[in-house]
Design a protein around this ligand. Structure first.
Ligand SMILES: [Zn+2]
Length: 90
């Protein structure tokens, strides 16, 4: 199960992005996903994550199960499965 949480600033409340990982991977700075339009510095391994807007300290808020990624569907295979068989009356 993947978990996701918002990276929120203690000082100004700004959400710089999210951290998404499994419990086994650990919720670490390397799994930081900046929000759209993020203008801050992406932290390197071992660095602390800071607020994009005011460089204040951040915390992880609203830790929850990550939404499932959309399934990749092979349309050609799906059409073959749906095609009715001819010559057999129901
Ligand atoms: Zn801030």
């Amino acid at each position: 199960m993947r978990l996701v949480g918002d990276v929120k600033c203690y000082h100004c409340g700004h959400v710089s992005g999210q951290i998404e990982a499994t419990r086994e991977e650990g919720l670490e700075v390397q799994s930081f996903k900046p929000r759209d339009g993020y203008k801050g510095k992406k932290p390197a391994a071992g660095e602390k994550l800071r607020c994009e807007r005011c460089t204040g300290p951040v915390f992880l808020e609203d830790l929850r199960e990550a939404p499932l990624e959309p399934l990749a569907i092979d349309l050609a295979a799906a059409r073959k499965l749906r095609r009715p068989k001819r010559g057999k009356a129901a």
